[in-house]
Design a protein around this ligand. Sequence first.
Ligand SMILES: [Zn+2]
Length: 363
Amino acid sequence: MATRSAAVTHSYVTTTGAGRAELRWRARAVPGSKDPNTASLVELGEQVKQIVSSSSWWDRYGVDWCILTAGLGLAFLGMYLASYRHPLLFASGMVASGAGHWILANKGAHLAIHNALAESRRLNTFAAWFLGELAGAFSSRGGFDVHIKVHHPHTNVVGLGDSSSFRAPFLPKYVYMFCAPLLVPALSPLISVQLLWGQWSAMLSCIVTIAAGLYINHFLLVHFSGFSVLGAAAFMLASRSTFGLPYIHVNIFQHIGLPMYSQETRPKRIQLMSTGVLNLSRNAVLDWVFGHSLISCHVEHHLFPTLSDNMCFKVRPVVREYLTAHGLPYNEDTYMGRLRLFVEKYEEWMVKLPPITHFVGLQ
Ligand SMILES: [Zn+2]
């Protein structure tokens, strides 16, 4: 396995399964480290709880609200800059608009559906609708169903939270990796309809909200930035596509290529998340646009999903130390390192069925 861990303590042994490759994850004995089977999420949770209870509101929520406010500012700054026809200002406007959109629609909506934006559930529910559905053109209920109900509790369990919704094996490698992600904003409303198919009233409400959000954005681009009707639509689509590539990359980089389990072979939660989740290296732009929980603290996010981005970052050293002390992996890699690997192993990781892993523990 090419993933870098804080301490490389494990290896894989391929065995023959019934018609499908199978792997056995086993830890190598490292002097001083404990048996991975003794790791306890309750024990780690106590340490994290202490950090959370001694943190201020600013640390728990304030920092992330500031970034969301900056996202809103960027969206408007982008519309303002785009009113200039100077190529550099226009391009800056497009990037600023795109960054603002993704901060609100991805970072903000993701935290909101996890109830990680505030103590109040009502405020989180409203924020998920406002940021995800109205501003982001993606169903907040559909997002909740696939992300909260399936991906998080069943991370890397084949047929459930195995990130297979991000696979498109019919697409050639370079089309999938570098072209198709640009269509994410255009496809989001259609995917929302697909997710809500059969829940007719929810689907109708979602369509009305998405249409209203697109109309408001379009209206502002025509009346504030001075675009024509067609020009505003084109700018909206193009600016929202700016972070489509990293969005798809990040979503596949952090799980695919790591151990995948079946319902029967899934280990306990702390081992599942330690082996099946990867943190990307810190990156100023991606940390801001997508948030720590989706970039450099994805492991922490999967272990403690109701923590805000800033709190995930704050508990990171404790989580890292606990996992490595118990001989469990703390997977980390750079964005470019992961990109190279996915281009190299596209067929194996994105097209073929993943092998089933058995967590053995210490041997
Ligand atoms: Zn999440």
